[in-house]
Ligand binder design. Sequence first.
Ligand code: CTP
Length: 211
Amino acid sequence: MPHPAGPTWEAIDPVRYIANRSSGKQGFAIAAAAAALGARVTLVAGPVALKTPAGVKRLDVESAQEMAETVKRSLPADVAVMVAAVADWRPKEYRGEKIKKRGSAPPALMLTENPDILTNLATGAKRPGLVIGFAAETENVIENAKQKRKRKVADWIVANDVSGDVMGGDMNRVHIVSAEGVETLNEMPKSAVAMALAERIAAAFRAEAAE
Ligand code: CTP
């Protein structure tokens, strides 16, 4: 189960980067829960200060491009859970030397779009049987998640409302959006959200195997 989590860092020069806000806590908790239920988890970790959960293989990456390549290399797989807060853009050019501020105007940062790891995985030849994406939303949470599920060709989108203090915090409230409908879980610790999700993944997997 390839499982990208945490943010990505997109280097501007040797000392600067742009990034998304992400502690990686929810993603690492899902890796721990899935491993505890017996899944073989490859945690593709962006830069975070978290310990590797027991029984999980961890591959550290920094940028979205590295994350995309590492996910590709960890296929084939039965399930993919994409929790990473991938930076949507990266600087068009990497400057090998530190950009000096003395005597010059602030640099104009030209950006280019990063690959969408989830969409590429969901539409690729080695698509896992169950592809799960996350959606961090600040408004119209469920409606946006439904659209995102279709647009990204994911089986489930786990939507969380990040308008409060979810980011970096230990609690989370999520809605699981699938073709069958929407299941809203109560607010609970991220570890409990992770176990609830891992149990649903295991159940979906058992159902598929029985068919
Ligand atoms: N995702 C990805 N690669 C990207 C951007 C996002 O794999 N380059 C994945 C995330 O890991 C997550 C899902 O797509 O599972 C949704 O991410 P989100 O940031 O909510 O979606 P965006 O495509 O950035 O949509 P928008 O910014 O329009 O809300």
